[in-house]
Design a binder for this molecule. Structure first.
Ligand SMILES: [Zn+2]
Length: 83
């Protein structure tokens, strides 16, 4: 189980989908129970999506957004990044 420090350290790589699946699950599990890290994650996630949406038309890896939505609800994304 990831703790706060690990989660925050790996947040950037998590958002880049650079973590192995098992590690991502640990981060997600922690985010679900930790409002502090969830807040940090939401901020970074929205920032990333906004940047990606403006900079390129690339979408996040298939299933990634759905997993986030299933964990946190649609509101975490602020806006739908898919065209
Ligand atoms: Zn935490």
């Amino acid at each position: 189980m990831a703790d706060c420090q690990e989660t925050l350290q790996e947040l950037e790589r998590f958002l880049d989908s650079e973590l192995p699946p098992g590690r991502s699950e640990q981060i997600l599990s922690h985010l679900k129970v930790c409002s502090d890290c969830q807040g940090a994650f939401e901020f970074h996630a929205e920032l990333r999506i906004a940047i990606r949406t403006k900079a390129t038309s690339d979408e996040l890896p298939e299933g990634f957004l759905d997993r986030l939505k299933s964990c946190f609800g649609d509101e975490i994304l602020g806006q739908d990044a898919s065209a």
